[in-house]
Write a protein that binds this ligand. Structure first.
Ligand SMILES: C[S@@+](CC[C@H](N)C(=O)[O-])C[C@H]1O[C@@H](n2cnc3c(N)ncnc32)[C@H](O)[C@@H]1O
Length: 319
C-alpha cells in the first residue's frame, strides 16, 4: 500500500504564511455563537479547541467566559493566539502538541475540531484522533467536527484558485484523487497581479493533501458504542446537511463511561434505530432538549441496555 502523504511540512512552513487570509475572526464569532447553542453549555464550561491555529475560535469562546484549552503543533500559530488572547484580555491555555498525542482524561464539556482539520493522516490515525477527542470529553460532553463536504467538493473543486494575500498572489492547483478520496493541492506564491500570476515567476510554497470523508464514513468513525446520537449539519450555522452544502458538520455526544458494567458478554438484540433529528423552534435538535439531554459533566440516566451494543452487535469495549 502506498505511503500516506504527510502534510506536516505544509502546516509548519506554508500554512502560517496564509492562515490569516483564509480564516477571519468575524466568521469565528458567528461559528462560536452557534456551537455554544447547540452544545447547550453551562457558564464556565471547559472547552478543547484542537487544532486551534492562531486561536480565532478559542478567543471567541474565552470571551464568553468559557475555560478554553487550544492545542496546535505550530509555535508560530500559537504565538499569534497568545498575543491575540493578551490583546483581548482573556485567559487561554495553549498546548504545543501533535493532536495524535493529546492525553486529556475526561476534562472537557465540549471539544471542537474546526475548519477542515481532520484527514491529515492515514485513516487509522484519523480514527485515533477522533478517539483522542472522545477520551478528552467528560461523559455527556459534546464534540463538534467541521470539515469540507466531500460529495459537494468532488463536483465543484476548481482546478485552480487564486487569492490576494498581503500584496502577493496565491495560486492553488487542486486535484482530487477519486481512488483515495484525497484532495491534493500545490500552493504557489507570485508577486504578479492575480490575472498574470500564472505567467509570473512563481514560488512553490507548499504541497498539501487531505483525506476527505463522506458523511457516512465520518459518522461511522464516531463509533456508536462510544458516541451517542450524532447530528449532521451543512455548516456552523445549523444549515441542514445536503449534497450541495459546502461543509459537513458532525455533532456527537460522548456516551457515559463504564459499560458494560462487567465483563459479561451478552447477546444483543438489534440496536434501536437512531431517531432522525427533530428540531425545536429554537433550531436545536428537540431530542437534545434541556429536559432529556444530560448536562455536560453529569452522568444523566444510565443508557438502556440496547444502547450498550454497537451497530455490529458486539458488546462495547470498556472505556
Ligand atoms: C486549517 S487550520 C485550522 C485551525 C483552526 N481550527 C481554525 O479554524 O482556524 C489547521 C491547523 O492544524 C494544525 N496542525 C496540522 N497538523 C497538526 C498536527 N499533527 N498536530 C497539531 N496541529 C496540527 C496546523 O498548524 C493548523 O494550525
Amino acid at each position: 500500500m502506498a505511503a500516506v502523504f504527510q502534510s506536516e511540512r505544509f502546516f509548519r512552513e506554508a500554512w502560517p504564511q496564509i492562515s490569516q487570509a483564509f480564516a477571519s475572526p468575524t466568521d469565528a464569532a458567528s461559528d462560536v455563537e452557534w456551537i455554544v447553542g447547540v452544545a447547550a453549555l453551562e457558564a464556565g464550561a471547559r472547552i478543547l479547541d484542537a487544532p486551534c491555529g492562531f486561536g480565532r475560535h478559542s478567543i471567541e469562546l474565552a470571551r464568553r467566559g468559557f475555560q478554553v484549552t487550544g492545542v496546535d503543533f505550530s509555535e508560530t500559530e500559537l504565538d499569534r493566539a497568545r498575543k491575540a488572547a493578551t490583546e483581548a484580555g482573556v485567559p487561554l491555555r495553549l498546548v504545543c502538541q501533535d493532536i495524535r498525542d493529546m492525553e486529556f482524561p475526561g476534562e472537557f464539556d465540549l471539544a471542537v475540531n474546526l475548519f477542515s482539520s481532520i484527514g491529515y493522516f492515514s485513516d487509522d490515525e484519523d480514527r485515533l484522533v477522533i478517539d483522542r477527542f472522545w477520551r478528552a470529553l467528560k461523559p455527556g460532553g459534546v464534540f463538534v467536527l467541521d470539515t469540507r463536504n466531500r460529495d459537494q467538493l468532488v463536483r465543484s473543486l476548481p482546478p485552480e484558485e487564486r487569492k490576494r494575500v498581503n500584496g502577493w498572489t496565491l495560486r492553488i492547483e487542486n486535484a482530487f484523487d477519486p481512488a483515495t478520496s484525497r484532495w491534493r493541492a500545490r500552493w504557489w506564491r507570485s508577486k504578479r497581479a492575480i490575472a498574470k500570476a500564472k505567467e509570473g515567476a512563481a514560488e512553490l510554497i507548499g504541497e498539501s493533501e487531505i483525506r476527505l470523508y463522506s458523511a457516512h464514513e465520518l459518522s461511522a468513525m464516531l463509533r456508536p458504542e462510544r458516541w451517542g446520537h450524532v447530528e449532521l449539519y451543512g455548516g456552523l450555522d445549523g444549515t441542514p446537511f445536503s449534497l450541495d452544502a459546502p461543509r459537513l458538520v458532525l455533532v456527537g455526544e460522548r456516551r457515559p463511561r463504564r459499560w458494560p458494567p462487567s465483563r459479561v458478554l451478552w447477546s444483543c438484540s438489534p440496536v434501536r434505530s437512531i431517531p432522525t433529528a427533530r428540531r425545536s423552534s429554537s433550531g436545536r435538535p428537540a431530542s437534545w432538549s434541556a429536559t432529556t439531554r444530560p448536562r455536560p459533566g453529569s452522568r444523566g440516566s444510565p443508557p438502556r441496555r440496547q444502547e450498550y451494543c454497537s451497530a455490529f452487535g458486539r458488546a462495547a469495549p470498556r472505556a
